[in-house]
Ligand binder design. Sequence first.
Ligand SMILES: *Cc1c(COP(=O)(O)O)cnc(C)c1O
Length: 381
Amino acid sequence: MAQRGHFIPVSHPVLDGNEKLYVGECLDTGWLSANGRFVPLFESAFASYCGTMHAVATSSGTAALHLALLALGVGPGDEVLVPTLTYVATANAVRYCGATPVFVDSEWQTWNIDPSAIEARISAKTRGIIVVHLYGHPADMDPILEIARRHGLFVLEDAAQAHGAQYKGRRVGGLGDAGIFSFFGNKLITTGEGGMIVTSREEVAERARWLRGQGMDPTRHYWFPVIGFNYRMTNLQAAVGLAQLERIEARLAERRQVAQWYERYLDRFEHLLQRPSCQPWARHTFWLYSVLLDRSVAIDRDEIMHALRWRGIETRPVFYPVHTMPPYRSANCSLPVAEAIASRGISLPTHSLLTEDQVRYVCEVLIAACAGGARTRAVSP
Ligand SMILES: *Cc1c(COP(=O)(O)O)cnc(C)c1O
């Protein structure tokens, strides 16, 4: 148990490729801001990775969401369907457009948006559906795309947690009208802060590109016909991003290995913990390996996380459903599956630098904490 006494974080970036070389070029040439050569290089490499015609690099994943929604025509009075079990940025971006997020419950298998719960939430104001590939497991896109087609809605994939994930053999991001990614430091690949919109719809890419740069008229420099944003990615960020993308398959393989270790050491404890499921049509990227406490575990989820922290292991609660947060409570809905998952879910350390010993240690501490709770309840009246 060599790792006892060391802190084990949930996430850790790996910067072992051409990052220094490319950033060095930015410093040497003075091209630090958004006009350097790495921005278009990163964009075209990322577009081809996702199988889309276009990619638009942004200052963050949140900026990518906001720009993508604007480019898809979302505005005041519109409604956009959003899974409630997601990072809050997904819903916030809808609000930035003056539109209203309408929350949809999860399905039990993958925790993603439940396709069978979508149609009941569609109204005359609905413009589109944001699909989140939660923790790296793709959502079931075919039924969602079919519903969207039938109702004339756009589908925007929030793939911020799912770089390289595949749905029926195709990479996520390019499956709907547009997709977005985040390159925050804890994501699968990183640029520190950063994001990307991918799409094969030329007018969507063009509009996003235009609004990203303050909305400047492309043919009349320093003429601004609309109110745009500064959502540009810098050359420094793109230099790191390009180097990260070159090594993405190694990162994905390392995460798959970590997930296999978790499977091995949690395998005999199904009565305490439900492990993440992987559908036969999915390539899960395990952004975070997240487990669900069994109902028989009497110890509170937060107490179990506390016990792990005492033993030097960082964990994260599964996302609190967005409809339960103060700014969104007026939505006043009950989405029981997401609420149940959120109250009993824990995300475990998942990154490329973990060793098998560390994963075994995390599992031992976790099982001991859960088993204590299960026993307590078994002997209490
Ligand atoms: C990380 C994340 C975002 C936001 O990305 P930032 O780069 O942090 O702005 C959006 N949606 C989801 C699902 C995320 O996980």
